[in-house]
Design a protein around this ligand. Structure first.
Ligand code: ADP
Ligand code: MG
Length: 398
């Protein structure tokens, strides 16, 4: 079934935008290194909506947050992001001197069809995170209609992700649409069997998703530091492994719940250990999961990686969130690489969410091999839990 078929929200595809001034919320919260964009994935993901609007003769005002500035902070100016966007769109993208106000209004008033202007970092305005109606009104005054394309920021009720949608005719952008279609397919009507691979640092970030998937998935395969909260809950030795203490009780509850469900909750059967979190540390493989004193588990072992890969290959649908180990350290990247390769070559539908999981796929050159790589880390997890995202709830029905 096509993407449009299941999308019940007003879409930018159907918006009359010619000669109009359109405010577009994108999630351009990209990593910067030495003042340059270090990974432009999120900028690329925004292109389809921006290109569609330009082709249809809209004047385009782009707004996003970048990092967490407390007020104006030149280090977190949108300038490098606008520069990269301009290269990708082959058009000059100037940056307004602020988010709202007279000078900004003067610039947006001059904007011609097909032109693109970037507002400054929305978090320069304290009203952004406060979802201040006054700021939303000022934003609305800049444009004729609003296109919400920032799925990755839609779990926050801020002025640019929620408030302004009450002030202008609002449409979902193409990225927002694709995210919602892909993620709801996994959450609400997955092709069985649904295999969920969960890793990463903290079990408390992911417990909501685990609880939901215990009811809907066939197997949940656990890796990453998160596994040690489960091992601790089982009374095993975890050595110096990263154990999130708050997560141990949650893990115990999840193990108990799993008893009563048809879903299999799998933990690693072997590990790769290091002395410390460092690429040059002493390394050893452990055929088992009881971590001796003086060692920490930094990756899943080869038997676990092979077993998880076999399960992923049998899936009708795969959802993967969180690396299987400390993949940034080459000696401990193999588990994540093996599972990533299995997800990439799985015949079933494959959807990946999470900033570090996405970074891992990019690093291994596998990002184009999955069916959908979500731009939303926190947002995709909250969506999977079944929580209502304020920036999605505010989208009008078609
Ligand atoms: P995502 O962003 O994909 O949701 P998380 O942010 O939850 O993933 O977790 C990613 C982090 O978890 C990475 O920085 C990785 O180094 C760390 N990590 C994974 N496994 C381990 C481990 N066994 N020990 C220490 N850190 C780990
Ligand atoms: Mg992360």
């Amino acid at each position: 079934m096509g993407a449009e078929a299941r999308f019940g929200k007003a879409s930018v595809r159907d918006a009359d935008v010619g000669e109009k001034c359109v405010l577009v919320r994108e999630d351009l919260n990209v990593p910067l290194e030495e003042g340059k964009v270090a990974d432009d994935s999120r900028i690329r993901a925004a292109l389809p909506t921006l290109e569609l609007l330009r082709e249809r003769g809209a004047a385009v005002i782009v707004v996003s947050h970048l990092g967490r500035p407390k007020g104006r902070d030149p280090e977190l100016s949108m300038a490098p992001v606008a520069g990269r966007l301009g290269e990708l769109l082959s058009v000059d993208v100037p940056v307004a001197p602020g988010v709202v106000g007279d000078e900004v209004e003067a610039m947006t008033g001059e904007l011609k069809p097909g032109e693109v202007l970037m507002l400054e970092n929305s978090r320069y305005e304290p009203g952004e995170t406060e979802n201040d109606p006054e700021l939303s009104k000022q934003l609305a005054a800049l444009a004729d209609l609003f296109v919400h394309d920032a799925f990755g920021a839609s779990h926050r009720a801020h002025a640019t992700t929620e408030g302004v949608a009450h002030e202008l005719h609002t449409y979902a952008g193409l990225l927002m649409e694709r995210e919602l279609v892909e993620l709801s397919a996994v959450r609400d009507h997955p092709e069985p069997p649904l295999i969920v691979v969960l890793g990463g640092a903290k079990v408390t970030d992911k417990i909501g998703a685990i609880e939901r998937f215990l009811r809907t998935a066939d197997e949940i395969l656990v890796g990453g530091a998160m596994a040690f909260s489960f091992f601790k809950a089982e009374g095993r030795d975890t050595g110096n492994s990263l154990v999130e203490e708050e997560g141990v009780e949650k893990a115990r509850e999840a193990l108990e719940k799993a008893e009563g469900e048809d879903c299999l909750l799998e933990l690693p059967e072997d590990l790769v250990l290091g002395r410390e979190f460092d690429a040059n540390t002493e390394r050893k493989e452990l055929n088992g999961v009881d971590v001796p004193e003086g060692w920490m588990g930094l990756d899943i072992g080869s038997n676990t990686a092979a077993d998880y890969s076999k399960r992923v290959a049998r899936a009708g649908t795969v959802f993967w969130n969180g690396p299987m180990g400390a993949f940034e350290l080459e000696p401990f990247a193999q588990g994540t690489r093996t599972v990533g390769e299995a997800v990439a070559s799985a015949p079933g539908r494959t959807v990946v969410g999470g900033g570090d999981s996405a970074a891992a796929l990019v690093e291994f050159g596998l990002d184009d091999e999955v069916d959908w790589l979500s731009t939303g880390g926190g947002a995709s997890l909250e969506f999977m839990e079944g929580k209502e995202l304020p920036g999605v709830a505010v989208l009008p029905d078609a």
